[in-house]
Every structure is written in C-alpha cells, then in structure tokens.
Design a protein around this ligand. Structure first.
Ligand SMILES: *[C@@H]1O[C@H](CO)[C@@H](O)[C@H](O)[C@H]1NC(C)=O
Length: 360
C-alpha cells in the first residue's frame, strides 16, 4: 500500500516540473497517507528538484503541495493563453521534463514572465486553498471581522475574505527558497520577478458585497475580500512582460540597475531581465525554445502570429480542413434554439520546419 501511495505522490509531484498535467483527482492528498511523518519524509525526499528548505515545507504542509500541484496547470494555461500569438508560447513549460527554470541561459524576458506568473500562481493557489478550508495552517483572513466604512457607508465584514497575506507568505517561503541568496546575479533578478508576481495577485483583490435591506436598498451590506479571476493577474503580468526592463549588475554585485540609462529604473512591480531573447525560431532546449515548426499561423494577420513572422521566413504549408459548425440558429418560442449543421471548409497554415531538421 505504501509503495502505491508513494508512486501516486511522485507522479503527482512531477506536475511541479512541467509535465503535461494529467487529469487531477482527489487522490493526491497526503492526508490520505495517514499523516505518518516517516512516510511524508520518504515522499518529500524523492521529489526531484526540491531544495532542502522546500522539502521541509513539503513535509510540514503536504496539503499545500497539493494546492500548488493544482495551481501548476492553471498558470501554465494562463501563460499559454498570454503567449498564444507568439513564437515562444509557453509550450516549452509543458513539454520540458524538468523545470524550465533549471536550464542554462534562461535570463530572458520570457523567463522573467515565467518566474512572475508561477510565483503569482502559488499565491493564488494557496490563498484559494485557505478559503476553501483545505489547509490546516490557514483560514479566511482573520483581520476582516467587524464593521468598516467606505464611500457608500457602513458595512460588516462577513463571510470568508481571501487570506492573501498567508498566500504571499507561503509563496515567498516556498518559491524563493530555490534561489541562493547573496551575490548571485540570476538569483537577484529571479527574486525580484517572484516578488513582482506575488504583488500582482494582490492588486486584484476586490471587495465584494451583498446587499440587504428593503428591496436591495443596500442600507445593510456584508462585504468580504476576494481575489479576481487569475486572468486579471495574467493580463497584468503580460503588460509587465511587454514593458520589462533590461538590467545589469552593480559593480559590487549587490544589486542591479537599468542597462540603458535612458529608460526608467525598475520598480518593485516591474519585471527585469538580463539578456536579450533568442528569436525562438528553432528548437534549442538550452534557451527553452521549441521552435515554430508546425505552429499554426494566421495568413491575414500582420502581427506576431502572421505566417511571415511566426514561421521566421521559412514559409508555411497549407492544408484544407472541413468541419461541421452550427449555423442559421433560430430561436423558437418558447424556449429552444434550433440550428443547422453546416460544413465549413477552411485553410490551416502551419510553419515549415527549418531545412536541416526537415523530415525529423
Ligand atoms: C487572423 O488575423 C486577423 C487580422 O488580425 C483576425 O481578424 C483574425 O481573427 C485572425 N484569425 C484567427 C483564426 O485568429
């Protein structure tokens, strides 16, 4: 029984290392292991890629690890959404067997985004798990009790306010543990981008209220703080990615400063990076690039997803596909919608592979 659990646990934790997330079910819950500390140690010790501080957190908070595992799928999907029109589209995260972070040369703008969004994702996942009562070590924000006042008058704090402070604290402890403190250039910018990611989630904490009183007059309100959809954080970090600031180390290696003095200094919420990105045209594991061979491009676009840009001038193949669509939908009183099935024929364009690797 023990070895089965161990196997499940290990395969579950591989999620943390960017394997395509399988359907996740509730077995991945270490509470089911009976909470034996010896068993936890065996499990946490066998997760590849964890540093010792992370192992300790794994043993102490097994159910938080589960929340993080679920979060991985979400922020990977968010990353793919944000980069869907770009050569680098985050698929390297999903395909890579090991942590993308582990690779050499990942000091680009894209890796800044990945650090920020995964750190934000841990905040989001842990905070949500707190509110849902899944973690022993936290609950709804205990400071949001009693009454308060805003522009619309008095209200009571009620229900469960998302405990973002706990989420941020946990994410800082867990994610930042990976970085060597000290005069390590890469650690410095990773820590900076991790923090920017944590702060991003906090921006989209919003007050939600429920009105009571005579027919929705809202003279009585109960309010709580809730995190917005993770998409908001993704959109925001995408803007930060677009405006990311290139930096260089200080003389004494204790910090960094903007590389081009004509640009503004980075604030705590800006993303920073050291090196210019490769073009991501060809496959190169070392820089987290899968290349664009086989990617779908848009022939009518003039942007990053145009066939010209996406395919890096290598040209594209066109295949005609047909599919059934719902069409001519009519509303019938009452209450049904009836549609016809229409055959739609469309051309799909995909980028050609580079000449040297053609046929592979
Ligand atoms: C292709 O690009 C055009 C122009 O930007 C856009 O209107 C269209 O929706 C795009 N098609 C797809 C399938 O994304």
């Amino acid at each position: 029984k023990m070895s089965l659990l161990l196997e499940l646990w290990l395969s579950g934790l591989l999620l943390l290392f960017w394997v395509t997330p399988p359907v996740i079910s509730s077995w991945w819950y270490m509470g089911a292991a009976g909470g034996s500390s010896a068993l936890r140690r065996v499990m946490c010790d066998n997760v590849p890629g964890l540093v010792s501080r992370q192992r300790q957190l794994c043993q102490r908070h097994p159910e938080a690890m589960r929340a993080i595992g679920l979060g991985v799928a979400e922020w990977t999907a968010e990353c793919q959404h944000q980069f869907r029109r770009h050569r680098w589209n985050c698929d390297a995260l999903v395909h890579s067997q090991r942590s993308l972070f582990g690779g050499r040369g990942l000091r680009s703008r894209e890796s800044a985004f990945v650090y920020a969004i995964s750190s934000a994702g841990v905040v989001f996942a842990i905070t949500r798990a707190c509110s849902q009562g899944e973690l022993k070590s936290c609950s709804c924000d205990p400071t949001k009790k009693g009454s308060s006042k805003d522009d619309n008058g008095h209200f009571d704090w009620g229900g469960c306010s998302d405990n973002i402070h706990y989420g941020i604290k946990f994410a800082r402890a867990f994610v930042d543990a990976k970085e060597k403190k000290g005069k390590d250039a890469r650690a410095l910018i990773n820590l900076h981008n991790n923090r920017a990611g944590r702060k991003a989630v906090k921006r989209f904490l919003k007050q939600e209220c429920k009105c009571h009183g005579v027919s929705g007059s809202c003279t009585l309100r109960t309010c709580w703080l809730a995190m917005a959809d993770f998409r908001k954080t993704g959109d925001y970090l995408w803007k930060k990615y677009s405006g990311a600031i290139q930096v260089i180390m200080n003389q004494d290696s204790t910090g960094f400063t903007v590389a081009n003095k004509r640009f503004k200094k980075p604030t705590k919420s800006d993303l920073v990076y050291f090196e210019n990105s490769p073009d991501y045209c060809v496959r190169d594991r070392d820089v987290g690039s899968l290349g664009t061979a086989g990617r779908v491009c848009n022939q009518s676009s003039r942007g990053m997803d145009s066939c010209e840009v996406m395919c890096c001038g290598r040209g594209h193949d066109t295949s005609r596909i047909s599919r059934m669509n719902k069409c001519e939908c009519k509303f019938h009183w009452c209450c049904a919608v009836h549609c016809q099935d229409c055959l739609e024929v469309l051309d799909v364009h995909t980028c050609k592979a580079p000449a040297e690797s053609a046929g592979t």
